[in-house]
Design a protein around this ligand. Sequence first.
Ligand SMILES: Nc1nc2c(ncn2[C@@H]2O[C@H](COP(=O)(O)OP(=O)(O)O)[C@@H](O)[C@H]2O)c(=O)[nH]1
Ligand SMILES: [Mg+2]
Length: 154
Amino acid sequence: MKRLILIGRSESGKTTLKQALSKEKIEYYKTQYIHYEDILIDTPGEYAQTHHLGYALALYAYEADVVGLLVAATESYCLFPPNITCMVNRDVIGIVTKINHPKANTALAELWLRNSGCRNIFFVDSVTGQGVEEILAYLNGSGAKNHRNKTKTT
Ligand SMILES: Nc1nc2c(ncn2[C@@H]2O[C@H](COP(=O)(O)OP(=O)(O)O)[C@@H](O)[C@H]2O)c(=O)[nH]1
Ligand SMILES: [Mg+2]
């Protein structure tokens, strides 16, 4: 199984997704440091939000097979600049979380992730588990039928 690193703003849902992917109980805790596990690397949002801590994420990305960029469907701006995926020689997937939130705008989150260079985008509600199996299938290399994969055509 491929190892996935989860990167995104604080509250974007990295730890909850980690718990859902690992079939752990969903419970909130503040991520204070990088949690390096067999299949998953969970990172604090502050690392993505603070310029000089971002270098740690760049290094940890090379410990993973797949880089997951998370954007919650409720977010009001995107942290990731255009075409950031070319910064690593790893597969980079986009993950939209909180898709069932009343204020969710999944289309906008998807657009931001596509602008960042993600071609494979997954849509999850980590609390209900919706969409989680598709990511597991992708990490298992058995393909993912339900995520959207399209090349941006301008
Ligand atoms: N409904 C719903 N809530 C979520 C989802 N992902 C995260 N949350 C909630 O958002 C809050 C922050 O999630 P957390 O995983 O700690 O974010 P992190 O800072 O990126 O690790 C928690 O209260 C989670 O229960 C999701 O996909 N659906
Ligand atoms: Mg966390």
